[in-house]
Design a protein around this ligand. Structure first.
Ligand code: TYD
Length: 133
């Protein structure tokens, strides 16, 4: 598993038995911040992409709990492409990282933990502005 300044995987405990699996995450333990918000994304048309923004303050940890997703990361200097396809393997995305979620599949569901309440002013949605920030 390749880790770098930019690509920071988070592994959650997974309890597997004949009844299925159970994965859990705790704030300030596996998730490296006090969680303020949880959201999830699904029902995206197959092959579509979302995201294409960076945050000023918000940090997120993202899990693909069903299906697969490609995450592209860019810190202004370095770019990385990661595939998430396991419910217990997530990605920490710091603030000031331009990111997109690409090639959604029909069954893809993304679960996201965020460090701040929703604030549209926290978003940098223009790539040129991101490069200058
Ligand atoms: P948007 O930022 O466009 O999603 P994506 O990052 O996948 O491109 O968010 C979609 C809509 O949901 C937009 O109207 C803002 C709203 N929203 C909230 O109200 N609260 C939230 O926590 C999030 C993440 C989005």
């Amino acid at each position: 598993m390749i880790q770098s300044e930019l690509v920071r995987f988070i592994e959650l405990p997974k309890k597997q038995d004949k009844r299925g699996f159970l994965v859990f995450a705790e704030a300030e333990r596996q998730i490296p911040f006090p969680i303020k918000r949880v959201f999830y994304i699904g029902g995206v048309p197959e092959g579509d992409d979302r995201g294409f923004h960076a945050h000023k303050r918000n940090q997120i940890v993202l899990f693909c709990i069903s299906g697969t997703i490609i995450i592209k990361l860019d810190n202004g200097q370095e770019k990385a492409k990661v595939i998430l396809d396991q419910p217990d393997k997530g990605l920490f995305i710091d603030h000031h990282i331009w990111h997109s979620m690409e090639n959604f599949q029909k069954d893809t569901i993304l679960l996201v933990f965020a460090s701040i309440y929703y604030d549209e002013n926290d978003y940098i949605r223009d790539y040129g502005q991101f490069k200058q920030s």
